[in-house]
Design a protein. Structure first.
Length: 329
């Protein structure tokens, strides 16, 4: 599987000097309690991780508001997606979206996200939906997602909802419905909002019958000692998640206004990134930014988007301003 990703700072001579707008991560870095949990987890590096993942399950259960029987901890959201893709056939992917769904599923049909209201699933089909969507940023309202679920259930299909960025708009989450709906599978990730992509901490939320089957398909020791410790430490930090969300809301609005001020069409976003259409081929500009030590995410490879589309992470006020100033118009 070969899919272009943002966040590839390792191609640069000095990764620590890169200003990375291509990966959608909390620009503040890991909160202090996450750092403390990681350090504490290192003390267990001398042992094999707990096969039952008891501490991680307890922490995720409290944080997500779900029974432990409805949760499967995974090494990032991508492991959860790969597990689902291997289990089922007959996939449909709501496009444009995260490229890995199609790559993992292999044969599939594309469904335009803008036409989901008229989507009619085939019998037994599995529909993949990213909410809020990557790279466009917008979230389907919770009611619309549940309407899609009803359509999938009517044909004995299933709905896979990737909520990797749901911490920025939790009102749209549908994970609380997995207990009653075996046809609903929710993928999640803690790496974005906590800025720990190198740690690989995600989860799959589903009906207990689905969790049991999926768990048998994954390798043991999925979470390393540090990821396990962070998952266990999640309870009690809801205020931190709320603070990160509120700060992002303010920064996103200011960043969108600044980008519109230099001529970009900025798409509405519920996440911590913005999709912009600059109205011209941005590939030379993207390379020029790279030479200045700034990485952005080109989006010309997504169905329905052009080489004028660029995805930008919402970073700090100063960093966002530096990017706007660096744009060569």
């Amino acid at each position: 599987m070969s899919v272009y990703h943002g966040g590839d700072v390792w191609r640069e001579p000095n990764p620590g000097d890169v200003l990375d707008f291509s990966a959608n991560l909390n620009p503040e870095g890991p909160p202090e309690w996450v750092r403390a949990a990681m350090l504490a987890g290192l003390e267990n590096a001398r042992y094999y991780p707990d096969l039952r993942q008891g501490a991680a399950l307890a922490g995720l259960s409290a944080h997500l508001g779900l029974p432990e029987a409805c949760i499967l901890p995974t090494a990032g959201g991508i492991e959860a997606a790969a597990c689902v893709a291997r289990r089922f056939d007959g996939h449909a992917v709501a496009q444009p979206t995260f490229q890995e769904y199609g790559a993992l599923c292999g044969a599939h049909r594309d469904v335009l996200r803008s036409e989901l209201a008229d989507y009619r699933p085939e019998p037994g089909e599995t529909l993949w939906l990213c909410n809020p969507n990557n790279p466009t940023g917008e979230a389907l309202p919770r009611g619309d997602v549940l309407s899609l679920l009803a359509r999938m259930e009517a044909v004995r299909g299933r709905l896979v909802v990737d909520e990797a960025f749901i911490d920025y708009c939790p009102e749209h989450s549908v994970r609380d419905r997995v207990k009653e709906h075996p046809a609903l599978i929710v993928l999640g990730s803690l790496t974005k909002v906590l800025a720990i992509p190198g740690l690989r901490l995600g989860y799959l939320a589903a009906h207990p019958s689905v969790i049991g089957e999926m768990g048998e398909r994954l390798l043991p020791w999925r979470l390393n000692c540090m990821a396990d410790a962070v998952a266990a430490a999640l309870p009690g930090h809801g205020a931190d998640f709320s603070r990160i969300r509120r700060l992002n809301d303010v920064r996103r609005a200011d960043f969108a206004a600044a980008l519109a001020g230099v001529g970009a069409r900025v798409y509405p976003s519920d996440a911590n990134f913005l999709l912009c259409d600059f109205g011209r081929d941005m590939r030379p500009e993207i390379e020029g930014l790279r030479r200045k030590g700034i990485l952005v995410r080109p989006c010309g490879m997504f169905p329905g988007l052009t080489h004028g589309h660029v995805r930008l992470c919402v970073r700090t006020e100063g960093e966002n301003g530096r990017l706007v100033e660096a744009l060569d118009f």
